[in-house]
Design a protein around this ligand. Structure first.
Ligand code: SF4
Length: 502
């Protein structure tokens, strides 16, 4: 795979055959994807859609020693304002001296939509360089400059001549695709073109090379794994995955989230790139293999004991450490069984509905099944091949409902009212409506909490028991905050507006 000569990556409808509209069962969604029908489905009515530009911020906001210039009207990206508080805290967990989030906006208005916004972008780049002296200036481009035809790449090429910071344009014009996750490809496209290059090592510049140091470095590189983190991961998740990989005598480097520009160069000195979630990182990993010959592993996400064991075994096999991995997993599972025993009686038989990213909801369902809970439905933002390995960790879900919908809260409301689960596990943004239905909620992710690895299973169990035991707040919400839908909608088929083309 190499799309880097293009200004933007291909959309995921074309590259992955991804679908955003489906209503049926788990078995049917897998058949539809395999047969190519999912890619053709659409809605005759759409209540909401995701903003790609905002999703791109999920990675962009985490990068260290960087200034972000949002090129667009002042409102674009403003919904990620919550990142201002978390960005500095989470960056400082990796680097105590890290700055917080520095955001500028080129503030395009009506006159710029007619006359073009390139002048304002140049002005913003000069200001960012003079004021903050960053290593990197990231320039996410919203729909508006893309629609009016601003030549951002030409502006960047011209301004790079007078700017010390590396300029990284990120083209994420949401009107080109309905698969919001294309935003991840857009970010990686920009990073690959501007930041990823072989590092100039100090040792290379010595007149007499330090051969012993070179041998040590090569050995270290041959045991180093890059783990592609995501912004929904927490520092405790990273700590847990590091603990497990260190137990196999492997070194770990996390990227892209919370990295600085130089980290992308040193990331090329590793033996294996390991995906946390193919939905986030397959574009990046394929390119690193094509351009720098680094093998990669995209399989499952290490959430739930079976998925974590599978993820570890695949990595171990690459380094011929399968027996060591088996021993590690056996001892972890024994400790986990003892730790989970007190939670099982309270959770056995409870029902749950999960909504969010396809890979993450399926993996989290593995934890719930492990605890004796029953899954009554899923709602994935989109659907593509990366969900398939995660299904293998689940028992008896062929006939469980599966809805593919990016947001579309009206479908979720209808489904949840019919299924009446004991617990809703959901992506941020989907929880508020189910809270008004009176359901206890477990956030699908939380960048302060541990969800991954074996310790993540324990942590999720502990939190669910607490949430189910104390559900009064949402019950009161349901009593006092009615939802805006008519009774006639609840009587209708929740998938009434999903149509296959042709
Ligand atoms: S115009 Fe585009 S970038 Fe701006 S908020 Fe809307 S979808 Fe997002």
């Amino acid at each position: 795979m190499n799309y880097l000569s293009a200004k933007t990556p291909p959309v995921r409808e074309e590259r992955l055959g991804a679908g955003i509209a489906f209503g049926g069962t788990c078995r049917e969604v897998q058949c539809a994807r395999a047969g190519g029908c999912l890619n053709l489905a659409a809605r005759t009515f759409s209540q909401t859609q995701g903003c790609q530009f905002t999703l791109s911020q999920a990675i962009i906001n985490t990068l260290r020693n960087a200034v972000i210039i949002m090129h667009g009207p002042i409102g674009c990206g403003a919904s990620s304002i919550g990142a201002v508080g978390t960005s500095q805290t989470f960056k400082r967990l990796r680097d105590p001296n890290a700055e917080g989030l520095i955001w500028l906006n080129s503030n395009l208005d009506e006159a710029d939509v007619i006359g073009g916004g390139e002048g304002k972008l140049k002005e913003a780049i000069r200001f960012a360089e003079r004021m903050f002296r960053p290593e990197t200036i990231l320039i996410p481009v919203s729909c508006v400059p893309a629609l009016i035809g601003d030549d951002v790449d030409a502006v960047v090429a011209e301004m790079q001549e007078e700017t010390a910071a590396a300029l990284v344009p990120v083209h994420c014009s949401g009107f080109k695709t309905k698969v919001m996750a294309t935003a991840y490809d857009d970010v990686y496209h920009g990073i690959l073109r501007a930041l990823v290059k072989k590092p100039e090592r100090r040792a290379d510049r010595r007149v007499v090379p330090d051969e012993l140091e070179e041998v040590r470095r090569r050995y270290r590189d041959s045991r180093t794994v890059n783990v592609l983190n995501v912004s929904s991961m927490s520092r405790p998740d990273e700590t847990e995955l590091t603990r497990l990989l260190n137990a196999l005598d492997l070194q770990v480097r996390f990227l892209p989230c919370y990295s600085d520009a130089e980290d992308f160069q040193y990331a090329l000195e590793s033996a294996l790139n390991v995906s946390i979630c193919g939905t986030h990182d397959d574009y990046f990993l394929h390119h690193l293999q094509t351009l720098y010959d680094i093998p990669f592993l995209i399989d499952t996400i290490p959430i739930g004991r079976k998925n974590t064991a599978r993820w570890l075994r695949k990595i171990a096999a690459h380094f011929d450490l399968s027996q060591e991995a088996d021993r590690l997993i056996a001892s972890e599972e024994q400790a986990l069984d003892e730790a989970l025993a007190p939670f099982r009686p309270a959770l056995r038989g409870k029902t749950a509905f999960l909504g969010g990213g396809e890979v993450r909801i399926l993996a989290t369902a593995e934890i719930l099944q492990d605890l004796g809970m029953k899954i009554v439905g899923f709602k994935g933002h989109h659907y593509d091949e990366f969900a398939e390995p995660v299904f293998e960790s689940l028992d008896d879900v062929d006939d469980v409902l599966f809805n593919v919908a990016t947001q579309q809260p009206f479908e979720q409301i209808n489904l949840v009212k019919r299924l009446r689960p004991d617990l809703y596990v959901g992506h941020s943004g989907g929880g508020n409506i189910s809270a008004k239905q009176g359901l206890p909620l477990l956030p699908l992710f939380g960048p302060s909490y541990n969800y991954m690895g074996f310790s993540g299973v324990f942590e999720v169990a502990r939190r669910i028991r607490r949430i189910l035991a104390n559900a009064q707040f949402n019950k009161q919400l349901a009593r006092h905050c009615p939802l805006p839908y008519r009774d006639s909608w609840y009587a209708q088929d929740p998938f009434s507006y999903i149509k296959a083309e042709g």
